[in-house]
Design a protein around this ligand. Sequence first.
Ligand code: ADP
Ligand code: GLC
Length: 486
Amino acid sequence: MLRGALGGNVLRVAILSSEAVPFAKTGGLGDVAGALPKALRETGGDVDTVLVHPLYEETDRRLLREMVFDNLAVDWLGGTRRVNVWYSDAPRAPTFLIDAPEYFARPGIYGYRDDHERFAFFCRASLALLERVGGPPDVVHGNDWPCGFAAAELRSRRNHDPYYARTRTLFSIHNLAYQGAFDAGELWRLGFESHDERDYFMADGVASALKAGLLASDALSTVSRRYAEEIQTPEHGHGLDWLLRMRRDRLIGITNGVDYGVWNPATDPHLASHFNAENLEGKRHCKLDLLRRYGLPEDLDRPIIASISRLTPQKGFDLVREAAGAMIETGAFFVSLGSGESEYEDFLQTMRDDAPHRVGVFRGFNEALSHQIEAGADIFLMPSRYEPCGLNQMYSMRYGTVPVVRATGGLDDTVENYDRTRGTGNGFKFARYSAAAMLESLYEALYCYNEPEVWRTIQLSGMHADNSWQAAARRYVEVYRIVTGL
Ligand code: ADP
Ligand code: GLC
């Protein structure tokens, strides 16, 4: 089984990720890393993919099929550390889970002082594992800063370790703002001792795992075309735009897809009622169900504006704060699901306290509710300051919920502004990062909501949009082939 997992005359790809559905998720990376391995396998059979992932406390043990290594030896902190490795095919693709309790059996995924050490270990153990499963991978595909360590290590091992001499690396940027910075004194302890290795990591006097991924990888990708351009500018480059400009010929934007096996209103197990583009009747039941869940009046004709989001500065909540009064005055409901920085959590709570019959707030992470919101809401608001891709606008479209978004990154690439004269478009977009611009788009959406035929046209245009993984998976395969020359 293991030999088959990475063997034969096909392109062998190992995807490393710190989160992947159904094992762990804090945001879109979890959705993407859960869906891509499966999508790659469905492109036509010439790519053999495995996913490597940490075994967290929150990972459901029922997903594990068997322990495939006990006591796998990993060179670590000057000695040898032994770990167990589990196998699962829960995401319909072979997955290995690294079981290192002192690093991963903790509540949550990120946010610990030793995160750099935890994910450096994950990378080191992943590479030790890949030496034991049927020949070297052609490509190691890492995601975001936690995988930057693997890129650096593979780059140096290429020169002196015949096993990894031909392995090439792709590094995907899902969010440039998270850089995995740590004290440069730690590099030596983690086993990155050479001058070159130090060079991969060093950025403005600190070590950055993200920078190592960007500099040491053979190819770079990010999750939309627009974001691939934006990160080359000082405005969106988070101090690394120079490096991305320097490597621009190695950088490609591939827009994420939607896993319609998971996000489909006709089959979604979380919904009170099902619906599709031919029959939207069930959406009204979902709306009623949503109003009840939030304890709001059962007024089905009043539009619901919704948000599901990590509450960070990225997501544009200062615009919502500034526009809160005006949003409530429109008469619409506003429901939100999310957790994060306390200033945003507090403001949303205040918004609810000020208008308890109009506003519903759920603080926390709730997968089922996220599906129920997509199905029951009318308008989905994403006023992001920046957005590498964004998935909820695409989920919304499939659920007949019309997105109102800021034209940035993947939001700009995937949402087409409604054009009244031509009758085209699947949502509403505004360009300027201002509360006034956001409100203007919201007013336009609410105006259209009151014209049922117009609204139906916009809903259907979104529901029929094809944002499936197929096209994206094919482009990843192209990149793997280019980078390996295979
Ligand atoms: P990001 O990765 O920046 O958070 P995306 O739009 O790419 O943004 O993906 C967010 C993903 O996380 C979506 O699947 C969304 O439904 C989910 N999500 C975000 N916040 C929550 C929450 N509080 N509860 C459940 N799901 C959430
Ligand atoms: C990041 C980005 C988001 C993107 C997701 C998956 O978390 O913030 O825009 O959709 O990764 O690629």
